[in-house]
Ligand binder design. Structure first.
Ligand SMILES: Nc1ncnc2c1ncn2[C@@H]1O[C@H](COP(=O)(O)OP(=O)(O)OP(=O)(O)O)[C@@H](O)[C@H]1O
Length: 709
């Protein structure tokens, strides 16, 4: 448009005169058409419900709701052409290449610039009727305008070179104001071009009101939205073991022998649920149907392990032939070992066999624990397998006769971690192996499993060994998409996660996705500090505050090792480190000594953050603040277990403070106390600490030299 205006100053008066006349003609015609359109729309509106701004009066067409859209145009059209042009020059001197300009003008001439296209599309159906009626008039008009446009386009090419410099300076501001410019551009179009639009399209000009954006409501499946609530308070909600129906007397006796008189809330709810799903024995689900999968999200130390160990042992008590019927997968060796120990306690004397498959023994040894070759074929030596994902997949692929075809329970402990990409493949392999027919193991073909499909009369006739999935975690994801990866069957969720039902639905759903619960006996504190004071703070807690049985977390193996060396060099504290840089037997020994109270401070990586159940941990210190909320929850959950009390301190660098607190707040954790430690309290330690730093330097150098040698 700028170019149209600039032509005026080039003194091409003759052509301009023609243009002015054409414009005047066009304007007159346009006004006539608009009147017709208004009349039609008024008529239409009387027939229909009025539709707000798009009403026939066109009064509300400008974005401001002011009768600006069309009204303004009308006012402008009433001005003298010369005045109008000057005005246009002021409002519109947008830089455009001649081709772009002409393309734009062409689009305008066709009534189909991108903006207009969108708007026109939106109202396409509305205008279609008017269009048909005005088509013939418009055709003539369009032809006229195309001719006008061609002339102008040629002139524009001429003036382009001259105006480029001028336009460049204005480019930035005009780009910024692009949205507004579009409207202005439309207003400034010569009436001949305006007339190219059907009257109702004209009314769209300037109609760029922001439509209220609809909030997307996340859809939670019912089982996630309405879970079974598990009480968080353990001590107030103990349930005597004899009050839980259906527990085998043999197991009741074992529980008592192990000092368990009452079940924790999660156990009181989950044990009967699993038992019920296998009430027809392990070969069929309840009533002959496939049992529902079960997901449990309960705080750290709330007794989730026993809530699957007891019912599984009970369901398998009656088994005749030994097959792998239960498989527990866990992310680390230590956790697998811990869970297999619990199984050993409750299967002891029952004839059920438990195999631990973690790679701690040689592959051949593990194979010997899993299968035995007989004349009739391979037979299983384990009823319950507790395994880490990597080693398990090796056996699935490489151990002849190792079959999961009779698998009844797949237990995924620390399930959120197992759903992570690195373990997901293992879970898929397990399920695939479970639905693979047995080759030479001579299994009972009657109960052989077929891939679940639609329920038909035929499929209901042959009994199936159902594969039931049981998922456990303190931070079980409630992201349906993630859970979907596990292909759960009519899952039931047991959770102690709060969901705020009183709030509006959106918030409830979003919050529930992120919220986790912590043990009731946990006291959380954080200490704002700087980098240099962190070691001193740890020493202060250990020596001045006399903390005992402390589990201290760092974010890396190197950090753990250095801190361990530093504390050792400082002296006066029985300290040990725990990380994957140590061999498994050393880690086991360290953990045992820590449990026995021989080690007062255990400095560890996140290797011990999840699931590890060490009795009597009084304090957890996050020496390095955790980066993820799940890490925080699992770390601090090493204390305050089984309804006991415990304290967690996090050393948070001042620059991390806001992010750290926000992370907790987002997860619904509000009750963390700020616990500043004054610099004066650390002063008595400084001198000795500096000596320790010198020793540390020497030790690190020696270690490097040893590694190189
Ligand atoms: N009914 C019970 N009575 C007494 N102690 C129990 C009972 N159930 C479990 N415990 C003890 O509580 C502790 C925590 O149990 P467990 O390790 O199963 O917790 P968890 O929920 O799996 O924790 P995490 O999420 O950290 O893995 C264990 O030491 C266990 O022996």
């Amino acid at each position: 448009m700028a170019l149209f205006c600039i032509q005026r100053y080039d003194g091409e008066d003759e052509q301009e005169q023609e243009e002015v006349e054409a414009e005047d003609r066009a304007r007159l015609l346009l006004e006539r058409l608009q009147q017709q359109a208004r009349a039609r729309q008024l008529k239409k509106q009387r027939e229909e419900q009025p539709q707000g701004r798009e009403g026939p009066g066109g009064a509300g067409l400008s974005p401001e709701g002011e009768p600006g859209g069309k009204g303004k145009r009308r006012r402008e059209s009433g001005e003298q052409p010369g005045a109008l042009r000057k005005k246009k020059l002021k409002t519109k001197q947008q830089p455009r290449s001649s081709s772009a300009e002409s393309a734009g003008a062409e689009e305008a001439a066709d009534g189909s610039s991108p903006t207009k296209k969108k708007k026109a599309n939106r109202r396409k159906s509305k205008v279609r009727q008017e269009r048909t009626e005005t088509d013939s008039e418009e055709d003539i008009k369009q032809q006229e305008n195309r001719n006008n446009f061609k002339n102008k386009s040629n002139k524009r090419k001429k003036t382009d070179g001259e105006t480029q410099g001028d336009e460049k300076g204005k480019k930035e501001s005009s780009e910024k104001a692009e949205g507004n410019q579009t409207a202005k551009e439309e207003l400034a179009l010569p009436s001949g071009e305006e007339a190219n639009f059907p009257p109702s399209s004209m009314m769209i000009l300037g109609d760029h009101d922001a439509k209220p954006v609809q909030k997307v409501q996340p859809f939670l499946p019912q089982w996630l939205a309405q879970p079974k609530r598990v009480q968080k308070r353990i001590r107030d909600n103990l349930c005597p073991i004899s009050d839980v129906p259906g527990i085998h007397p043999r197991l009741l006796k074992k529980l008592q022998m192990n000092g368990i008189e009452s079940f924790f809330p999660v156990q009181a709810q989950v044990i009967p649920a699993i038992l019920q799903s296998a009430s027809n024995g392990y070969l069929l689900g309840q009533g002959g149907y496939r049992p529902k999968d079960i997901c449990v999200s309960a705080p750290t130390g709330s007794g989730k392990t026993l809530s699957f160990v007891i019912p599984i042992v009970q369901v398998l008590l009656d088994r005749v032939v030994c097959h792998v019927r239960a498989l527990v997968v866990l992310p680390t060796k230590e956790l697998a070992q811990q869970v297999s120990k619990v199984f050993n306690v409750y299967t002891d004397g029952t004839g059920l066999k438990v195999a631990l498959i973690t790679g701690q023994k040689s592959f051949a040894k593990e194979q010997e624990m899993l299968v035995q070759k007989k004349v009739t074929g391979y037979c299983s030596l384990a009823d319950i397998v507790v395994a880490t994902p990597g080693r398990l997949t090796d056996h699935i692929n490489q151990t002849p006769g190792f079959s999961l075809a009779q698998l009844r329970f797949l237990i995924v402990d620390e399930a959120d971690r197992m759903i992570d990409d690195m373990h997901q493949n293992c879970l898929n392999q397990i399920v695939k192996a479970a639905f693979q027919g047995e080759n030479d193991s001579g299994s009972n073909m009657l109960f052989q499993r077929t891939k679940p499909g639609p329920v038909t009369a035929a499929s209901s006739c042959s009994p199936q060994i159902p594969l039931q999935k049981l998922l456990f975690s303190a931070t079980l994801t409630q992201d349906p998409e993630k859970l979907q990866q596990l292909d759960l069957f009519q899952p039931r969720l047991f959770t102690s996660v709060y969901s705020e039902k009183n709030r509006d639905e959106t918030e409830t759903e979003q919050d529930t996705n992120n919220k986790y619960t912590l043990p009731e006996g946990l006291l959380q504190c954080y200490v704002p500090c700087d980098l240099n004071s962190k070691p001193l703070l740890l020493l202060y807690f250990m020596l001045t505050m006399k903390f005992t049985r402390v589990l201290c977390f760092t974010n890396s193996r190197e950090a753990s090792h250095r801190l361990f060396l530093l504390v050792q060099a400082f002296g006066g504290i029985t300290v040990a480190e725990f990380s994957s840089r140590l061999p498994p037997n050393e880690r086991r020994r360290t953990m045992k000594e820590f449990e026995q109270g021989k080690i007062q401070l255990l400095i560890s990586t996140d290797a011990t953050a999840r699931g590890i159940d060490v009795k009597g941990v009084n304090y957890v210190i996050n020496y390095d603040a955790p980066q993820f909320i799940r890490t925080y929850i699992h770390r601090v959950g090493r204390t305050a277990r089984a309804g006991e009390a415990g304290v967690a301190f996090s050393l948070v660098l001042r620059i991390q403070e806001r992010r750290f607190l926000r992370m907790l707040r987002d997860a619904g954790i509000q009750d963390i106390k700020k616990h500043p430690v004054k610099g004066n309290s650390l002063k008595p330690l400084v001198q000795q600490y500096e000596g320790a730093l010198c020793k540390l330097e020497k030790t690190v150098k020696n270690e490097r030299a040893q590694r190189r040698a």
